[in-house]
Ligand binder design. Structure first.
Ligand code: ADP
Ligand code: MG
Length: 566
């Protein structure tokens, strides 16, 4: 079994390569996190591993530090291959490897992500990258082209394995695992352990060390989870008020759709907040710039959808808002894990509509934690908060001195005005730009609850608003699942999974709704994606005579509405 040198909380005791240890010190990590304590010794021994711990617990370093310590830097071929479910995560992992390996002479890290130029990727591989990080589709692509060779591989890592399976990458994963040399170390990391992971672990890992860190002692404890009962129309005002009175440094506000993302961003910026949105709409460089602006404090509030914010690691996030309820408890855990990073504390505030109480019960059951109820600050609370803030400003101004105003004030007093009345007049002038406090009650109940499909049922052959129907060349006969299509299209096209609409899997092909606004360059990228071993060959669905538009599905099956989380 694993060596048990896990007692002392010190990186120095972990037998890491000195050059790796010094990087950890440079980065200011004081003590290894629980998952790092448990996994690093076994990974240094070359053992297979299944590691489970909640997001934000330092899983990247848990595998990167020992694997970097074992590299043979002069052997210029892929030795470590890491697969991550999304571009963003793959890039984060690649950056982490570079950081942790900053003192390793000759280390080259290649990032192989969908939707990006091949040139740079091929260059890094040709230069002899020892560490390769990527998304499944592109990794397989390079395997097929022969530009990525796994003969010299000593370790394969599956990061965020649960997310990977949820996005439908199971076949890709199996394929890569099968292509990995027998003697290579196989390492799976995951925030949760669905049964499917256990199955592939049993099948492909040899005598693995299994490490599981109880979630309740990690993420949960440093995040204060609250809920606010507020319905549709009142949510915007509730959010503004809470943002005003809470000690927020940075905040992420989760909404369900891309459209909600845009609307809320506009609404909050109209109220004078430094706000930006993070959705699959943005191309990669713009996304990265948005995240940089958040990190640097140029933006304080980020409005995001689940997919866009997955894995986001910004330490100054003090608050996560679930403006729209998450789909399930796992999504909830991922969301609130964006705060309380790296040992800090954080607050999550979940908006719960009057008919959504049951869902909260499920989330609480799954996380094993209760959310405490808070009220939306009322007008007097907001006033009190503003008075307090102004009070502090005045005192700061007093200590800073304001002699240049003295002549004016003396003149006014000389004219016979009462100093208290004068001060009140000044205060009113100084506070003239304070925003009026909005009304909290919802406007008249609007129809169309959030989950309602606009107007038509899923069987309708008419595409949803703003969407175009496309055919892809895989179907039931290829054993394709909706999640696989979403994963492949989203990664290869660099768009958010949530932007992909209904998916209708037929026998020989499938019909997918994509935003009509997608540029043809993205479609071309998507067309090259492979699912179940076949290129997608996207083409617009014109409903040919053979497959005339009908109310019923061709092969008698109800079209599958995309389930973003199975
Ligand atoms: P996970 O993959 O479990 O979600 P990450 O690997 O992304 O977590 O790490 C979360 C954050 O914690 C990152 O900002 C990382 O730099 C930081 N971190 C990791 N290990 C440590 C440590 N031992 N001490 C302090 N910070 C750490
Ligand atoms: Mg991670």
């Amino acid at each position: 079994m694993t060596s048990s040198s896990v007692a002392s909380p010190n990186f120095g005791d972990l037998a890491l390569l000195p050059a790796v240890l010094s990087a950890v010190e440079t980065l200011g990590y004081q003590t290894p996190s629980p998952i790092q304590m448990e996994t690093i010794p076994a990974l240094l021994e070359g053992r297979d591993m299944l590691g489970q711990a909640q997001t934000g617990t330092g899983k990247t370093a848990a595998f990167a530090l020992p694997l970097l310590s074992r590299l043979e830097l002069t052997r210029r071929e892929p030795q470590v291959l890491v697969m991550a479910p999304t571009r963003e995560l793959a890039q984060q992992v690649a950056v982490s490897f570079s950081r942790y390996g900053q003192n390793l002479q000759g280390l080259e890290v290649a990032t192989l992500c969908g939707g990006q130029e091949y040139r740079e990727q091929l260059g890094a591989l040709r230069r002899g990258a020892q560490v390769v990080v990527g998304t499944p589709g592109r990794i397989i692509d390079h395997l097929d082209r022969g530009s990525l060779k796994l003969d010299g591989l000593s370790a394969l890592v599956l990061d965020e394995a649960d997310e990977m399976l949820r996005m439908g990458f199971i076949d890709d994963v199996k394929r890569v695992v099968a292509d990995t040399p027998k003697e290579a170390q196989r390492v799976f990391f995951s925030a949760t352990l669905p049964a499917e992971i256990e199955r592939i672990v049993n099948r492909y890992l040899v005598d693995p060390v299994k490490v599981s860190i109880e979630s309740r002692t990690t993420t949960g404890e440093n995040i204060e989870q609250r809920l606010v009962r507020v319905d549709g129309g009142a949510k915007l005002e509730a959010l503004s008020r809470i943002l005003e009175v809470e000690p927020v440094d940075g905040a992420i506000v989760f909404v369900r759709t891309r459209a909600a993302c845009t609307t809320l961003t506009e609404q909050l910026s109209a109220r004078g907040l430094n706000v930006a949105s993070l959705s699959g709409d943005l191309d990669q460089s713009l996304r990265e710039r948005t995240i940089q602006r958040l990190k640097r404090g140029k933006v304080d509030v980020l409005i995001a959808t689940d997919v866009a914010a997955r894995g986001l690691d910004v330490p100054r996030i003090t608050h996560v808002f679930n403006y729209d309820l998450p789909q399930d408890s796992e999504a909830y855990t991922h969301r609130i894990g964006r705060t309380g990073r790296a040992g800090r504390t954080g607050t999550s505030i979940t908006f719960v509509g009057f008919r959504e109480g049951r869902k909260v019960g499920w989330i609480e059951q799954a996380t094993g934690q209760k959310m405490s109820e808070m009220a939306v600050p009322d007008e007097s609370a907001i006033r009190a908060h503003r008075d307090e803030a102004f009070h502090q400003k005045v005192i700061a101004a007093l200590t800073a001195g304001a002699e240049e105003q003295q002549a004016l004030v003396e003149r006014l007093i000389g004219e016979g005005y009462d100093p208290v009345e004068l001060a009140c007049a000044f205060a009113r002038l100084a506070r003239a730009d304070e925003a009026p406090i909005g009304r909290l009650q919802a406007p008249r109940k609007e129809r169309a609850p959030r989950d309602a499909k606009p107007g038509r049922g899923p069987r309708d052959r008419v595409p949803s608003e703003g969407m175009t129907r496309y055919r892809v060349a895989v179907g039931h006969k290829d054993g394709v699942k909706p999640g696989q299509l979403v994963g492949a299209l989203a990664n290869e096209g660099g768009i958010e999974g949530a932007r992909i609409g209904r998916i209708d899997i037929r026998n020989a092909f499938s019909v997918v709704e994509l935003p009509s606004s997608l540029p043809s360059s993205i479609l071309a990228k998507m067309a090259r994606a492979r699912v179940a071993g076949r290129p997608l060959e996207i083409s617009e669905d014109r409903g040919t005579s053979e497959r005339a538009p009908r109310r019923r599905n061709d092969d008698g099956q109800a079209p599958i509405r995309r389930q973003s989380r199975a």
